[in-house]
Design a protein around this ligand. Structure first.
Ligand SMILES: [Zn+2]
Length: 154
């Protein structure tokens, strides 16, 4: 399973812009809105329910710090977080990932419209046909910019 998992592929490092002991923050190659990033465990873990208490705390703490970093760089306040856990819930890459979707004034007709957009693209995080992908140059530019930022302590 792990050898075909895109989040276990070493190339995921190219999209990573922050890390904690057990987690990475990666920029989405086909963002639904600017700033759309993912928090993933560095080890292949499928479900949120597999995390012990210290891993869970680390994940949420790290996700908050990354959200703050993204808010600063993309200059906005609102955000949505989402996890699809197990296939029946829409999980297509069986490696736990938390979506961080930044929101902007007037970005979508209705506040809830982000979720169908996320679902359209669920299987195509790294190889999107449905949604426009960033070019390698655009991706590198954004990731390099984000890597310049330090994670803030709360
Ligand atoms: Zn994996």
């Amino acid at each position: 399973m792990e050898h075909t998992c895109p989040f276990c592929n070493p190339s995921i490092g190219d999209a990573a812009f922050a890390r904690s002991r057990n987690f990475l923050a990666v920029y989405n190659l086909a963002p639904i809105l600017p700033g759309h990033s993912l928090i993933i465990p560095r080890k292949h873990i499928e479900s949120m329910l597999e995390l012990d208490e210290s891993m869970l705390t680390e994940m949420i703490d790290f996700a908050r710090k990354v959200t703050r970093l993204l808010q600063k760089v993309f200059d906005t306040e609102g955000f949505n977080w989402s996890i699809q856990d197990r296939e029946i819930a829409g999980q297509t890459i069986m490696h736990l990932h938390l979506h961080i979707v930044l929101r902007y004034p007037g970005d979508l007709p209705e506040p809830g419209d982000w979720y169908p957009k996320l679902q359209e693209n669920a299987g195509q995080l790294l190889d999107s046909g449905a949604r426009e992908r960033l070019t390698p140059e655009e991706m590198q530019k954004i990731v390099s910019r984000l890597r310049m930022e330090k994670l803030e302590e709360f």
